[in-house]
Design a protein around this ligand. Structure first.
Ligand SMILES: NC(=O)c1ccc[n+]([C@@H]2O[C@H](COP(=O)([O-])OP(=O)(O)OC[C@H]3O[C@@H](n4cnc5c(N)ncnc54)[C@H](OP(=O)(O)O)[C@@H]3O)[C@@H](O)[C@H]2O)c1
Length: 285
């Protein structure tokens, strides 16, 4: 099967590339080969490549920067997905659109189900929701897979930032009033390939590692596991702060745990607990 991957240089993109099933004719693209912000060239690029499946892992992922760069975030996360979905529908191509827990407002106190109403709090969340709607509304053979708090050995993510900061700071402030589920991007990649194979009837799926915690708890675990693997010499002092004290440009949901049950049933997979997933990633680091 000829599969076009966007965002191939990103952390999820690299995990998808590494885990592509044998026999996949994978066309890896990132901004240099297929700029999602350029609708015209995007459409002609898609026509030239003529894939049978598109996995859209490319995105404007700078959550705080998106508050200022609304137009760029919209073009990449929303408008481009409309172009891709339009191509897919006319060419008989399938589409897997990767999305985020930040489409929810975080007022729930039990895991979000795929059909819970989305009410994003940020530009990033709004543009990603726009992308979900563009995928589902524009292409009959499309799926949205939402994940949260993704990390891996690649790119920029919370785990790598925490490990780096152990060398630079004696104390670190970390938010303790946002709860979610970290997800090793390799696990999300595996679920995406399984989704491509199963093609379930449900079109919105949730996929994270199991369990929930705050960013503060996650930082504590990263230092503990990093120390036990000899990755850090000295854990900095962790200082819990509230989201309002932290004052990030974008508002994040206070609670964004996603319910994976339907995904597990449909894809025949089981989530790994976040702590085991973290140990697995750090052991490869
Ligand atoms: N990271 C998370 O915590 C998280 C959580 C839930 C869902 N997701 C979703 O998962 C997907 C993959 O995210 P990720 O964590 O792998 O992010 P990432 O590492 O930032 O990867 C995104 C990739 O898209 C590329 N890109 C940006 N603008 C582009 C453009 N105009 N045209 C083509 N490519 C462009 C980026 O290039 P540059 O690096 O040069 O910008 C990067 O290579 C995204 O849909 C994201 O919304 C991520």
């Amino acid at each position: 099967m000829k599969v076009l991957l966007t965002g191939a240089q990103g952390q999820l993109g690299r995990c998808l590339t590494e885990s592509a099933p044998t026999g996949t004719d994978l066309v890896e693209t990132d901004i240099a080969e297929l700029d999602l912000a350029d609708s015209e060239r995007l459409m002609s690029g898609l026509i030239d490549i003529a894939p049978e499946l598109i996995i859209n892992a490319g995105a404007f992922t700078a959550v705080d920067r998106a508050e200022e760069e609304i137009e760029s975030a919209t073009r990449v996360n929303d408008t481009a997905v409309g172009v891709i979905a339009g191509y897919c529908n006319s060419a008989g191509c399938e589409l897997i659109q990767v999305s985020t827990d930040y489409v929810f407002d975080g007022t729930k106190r039990s895991p979000y189900l795929p059909d819970d109403p989305a009410k994003p709090l940020s530009v990033y969340g709004r543009t990603k929701l726009g992308g979900e709607n563009a995928a589902l509304g524009g292409c009959d053979s499309s799926w949205v897979i939402r994940s949260s708090w993704a990390y891996s050995e690649y790119g920029q993510n919370f785990v790598k930032t925490m490990l780096r900061l152990t060398k630079e700071r004696k104390q670190i402030e970390v938010i303790n009033d946002q709860r979610g589920s970290p997800t090793y991007a390799r696990h999300l990649a595996a679920a995406i390939w399984r989704l491509a194979e199963v093609k379930p009837a449900a079109r919105i799926l949730h996929c994270t590692d199991a369990g929930e915690l705050s960013w503060y708890d996650f930082a504590e675990a990263i230092f503990a596991e990093g120390a036990s693997l000899g990755l850090i010499d000295r854990a900095p002092t962790l200082i819990p702060v509230s989201s309002s004290d932290y004052n990030a440009a974008a508002t994040r949901p206070a609670y964004s745990v996603l319910d994976n049950e339907m995904t597990n049933d449909l894809l025949g997979i089981e989530q790994m607990h976040w702590r085991v997933a973290l140990q697995t990633m750090l052991a490869r680091f």
